[in-house]
Design a protein around this ligand. Structure first.
Ligand code: ADP
Ligand code: TYD
Length: 207
């Protein structure tokens, strides 16, 4: 099974990705957790360029960089793991490009779709959890964690509003994308996520 987590920065994706992985491992599954951009040697190099506050990157170049990292990850890591029967959990994937570069940076969606298709081919998630939190909550969490913002996080409030809206638009057309209310305790959020996974596991075993 291939599961991805999406949402704005600090929405709790990695927390939920880890909880999900742990639960799968308890039931004896081989699980791989990956973070995007990254997960390969090339991907980690591209990540450091993309998040560096000193990088000057044009929006069109940004799409290709995120997608280059993903194209490598799909072929080097994700597809082989899924072929072995492993469960793959990805902290961000192709919907991040649609929402951040398509809606956030306002790159034409036709171009984004074509680039996404080239990057992932047929490696489409079975389930995607969009953990939704408000922009105010993001700012609160970032202040609480006391972390320095990276290049993407400095894009500003209006950018994040557009990006959040992008996820809502995606949820309208993509059945695999589930909106999860993220301003609750990690345990409550996980309980919703796990129920949805159970339904999907049942559906794929009977269908
Ligand atoms: P992401 O991977 O989306 O950036 P993280 O899981 O790393 O998110 O969480 C970002 C910050 O928010 C961390 O400081 C984490 O402790 C905190 N956090 C995670 N889940 C919750 C939650 N449900 N409620 C409040 N704070 C949370
Ligand atoms: P990261 O530190 O991994 O953020 P988070 O913990 O919120 O996931 O940084 C990744 C940043 O890159 C984040 O701001 C989202 C952005 N991003 C895109 O703009 N497009 C993409 O395709 C991906 C994968 C990430």
């Amino acid at each position: 099974m291939f599961i991805t987590f999406e949402g704005l920065d600090a929405s709790g994706k990695s927390t939920q990705a880890e909880l999900t992985a742990e639960r799968f491992r308890e039931s004896g599954e081989n699980v791989m957790v990956i973070r995007e951009p990254g997960g390969t040697e090339l991907g980690e190099k591209v990540r450091s360029i993309l998040l560096d506050v000193n990088s000057a990157i044009e929006p069109a170049a940004e799409v290709f960089l995120f997608s280059a990292a993903r194209a490598q990850l799909v072929r080097e890591v994700i597809r082989p793991a899924l072929s072995r029967g492993d469960t793959v959990i990805c902290d961000r994937y192709v919907d991040s490009t649609t929402s951040y570069q398509g809606y956030g940076r306002e790159i034409p969606l036709e171009s984004i779709k074509a680039i996404n298709r080239l990057a992932i081919e047929d490696v489409i998630p079975d389930l995607t959890f969009f953990i939704d939190i408000s922009i105010e909550e993001i700012e609160k969490r970032q202040r609480a964690a006391g972390i320095d913002t990276d290049r993407m996080e400095r894009a500003g409030r209006v950018f994040f509003e557009r990006t959040r809206n992008g996820y809502y638009e995606l949820a309208r057309t993509e059945k695999r994308l589930k909106i999860i209310r993220g301003e609750r305790s990690p345990g409550d959020i996980f309980s919703d996520i796990w129920s949805i996974i159970q339904v999907e596991l049942h559906r794929s075993s009977v269908g």
